[in-house]
Design a protein around this ligand. Structure first.
Ligand code: SR1
Ligand code: MG
Length: 413
């Protein structure tokens, strides 16, 4: 492609096009630079290219949104998600410095953006599959959550400016995916679901036949669609986090929109639970297993408890809407976030087990019986987190739900 082509018409780029794009259009590298370009994306939606100058090792990431999802043409998704991702990464970088990658430019014609290369980091889900301990994660992620969720809310923001932000981050296609994949399809025998054969009886009896559970998921879905509380990441699972010793970077906020703050907190907790369940059924008994599970237990509890204490401290230190200072309002507001977090964690545990978009923590379990046990624990924990969400208000309370379902299910085996 010529420079002119990049400026006047969209094309889904291949590695060769990216080489031309970064030199002639972006002018990030000189024309004679010897570049190594690799498509490294393994997500469900986009194309990610790493471009590296062989001589200097200088590198950049180009992320391009196509008109349909990578996982399936069935999902027609507006490329505007790339603009949303660029804008929110800039904002999150200001609110939570050092906890997101740096972004360099956005191109509305090619629906692509460039950003910092985090090759020295590893995707957190992969690190957890390798049973690595990440002791800094709970502190980093709770700072990210508190700063991004509280400071984009009506508690702190000028209400008119906040409404402008709500408009700017309207994200109908990506929200539709979550409405369908998280809150709707996993709770009935939807053709798009992908249920592991051995787990099917549990899904049929304990999820699809449970009318009370379905009612609660409907409430959570309508809350997701109508509660424009804060600018949420919208897909904060462990595949959306890069880690390195002492460093955490939250990536991929293309599902961002103004929604319930508890959605992000719940997703983090649920995905730590997947790692815990994986470790429980795949690791041999011994010190390594005990220490790894103890690290995860501590992390699950700290994510909730540090979120609560940092949220309270931040709330107390910032200038707020007058009515938000009334006695009891902070507790009411935080209670609502925790209740949503529990409900969403529950839906995430169920949807990643039953729906189209799985997690490696479950699918990589080779032993069929162990996988069924792990999936059963996730389904039952998810159900309790949804049903009992009004009473789950601490890290210990979240973890207790998981531990009880794990021990009850293991006894059945
Ligand atoms: C069609 S996209 C499927 C899933 O991948 C993303 O990471 C989101 O979690 C979405 O639900
Ligand atoms: Mg993603």
């Amino acid at each position: 492609m010529t420079n002119q082509d990049f400026a006047s018409s969209y094309t889904t780029m291949k590695e060769e096009d990216v080489k031309a794009y970064v030199t002639s259009q972006m002018r990030y590298f000189s024309e004679d630079a010897e570049l190594d370009v690799k498509e490294i994306g393994d997500g469900n939606l986009n194309y990610i290219f790493r471009v590296k100058d062989k001589a200097t090792d200088r590198s950049v990431i180009i992320k391009q949104a196509g008109p349909v999802a990578r996982i399936s043409d069935e999902f027609v998704v507006s490329p505007d998600r790339n603009r949303i991702e660029y804008d929110i990464l800039k904002l999150q970088g200001e609110l939570a410095p050092g906890l997101v990658p740096g972004v360099y430019h956005y191109d509305s014609m090619m629906n692509c953006m460039s950003m910092e290369d985090l090759s020295d980091h590893q995707i957190m889900r992969d690190a957890l599959m390798e049973k690595k301990h990440l002791p800094a994660f709970s502190d980093h992620i709770t700072t990210f959550l508190v700063k991004t969720l509280l400071h984009t809310s009506d508690v702190v923001m000028n209400h008119k400016e906040k409404k402008d932000e709500v408009r700017s981050f309207i994200n109908p296609d990506l929200c539709e995916i979550s409405e369908d994949l998280v809150f709707t399809e996993p709770f009935y025998d939807c053709p798009r679901n992908d249920v592991f054969e051995g787990t099917k009886p549990v899904v049929e009896q304990e999820i699809w036949a449970d009318e009370a559970l379905k009612l609660e998921t409907a409430k959570l879905k309508f809350d997701f669609m109508t509660h424009a509380q804060a600018l949420i990441h919208g897909d904060l699972h462990t595949g959306s986090v890069f880690v390195q010793e002492g460093s955490t970077k939250v990536i991929d906020p293309e599902f961002a929109f103004y929604g319930p703050a508890g959605y992000d907190v719940g997703n983090v907790v649920a995905n730590l639970m997947f790692a815990y369940v994986n470790g429980s059924v795949t690791m041999d008994a011994g010190t390594e297993k005990e220490e790894y599970l103890a690290f995860l237990e501590r992390t699950i509890k700290e994510v909730v408890d540090l979120f609560i204490s940092k949220f309270q401290a931040e709330w107390d230190s910032v200038e707020k809407d007058r009515t938000a200072t009334y006695e009891g309002f902070q507790a009411y507001y935080l209670d609502g976030i925790l209740e949503d977090a529990s409900g969403v964690a529950g839906c995430e545990l169920i949807r990643r087990t039953v729906g189209i978009a799985h997690v490696k923590d479950l699918t990589a379990i080779e032993d069929e019986k162990a996988r069924v046990r792990a999936e059963t624990v996730c389904l039952r924990t998810g159900k309790r987190l949804v049903m009992d969400r009004a009473a789950i208000k601490s890290g210990a309370a979240f973890f207790d739900v998981l531990q009880k379902q794990l021990s009850d299910t293991m006894k059945e085996a």
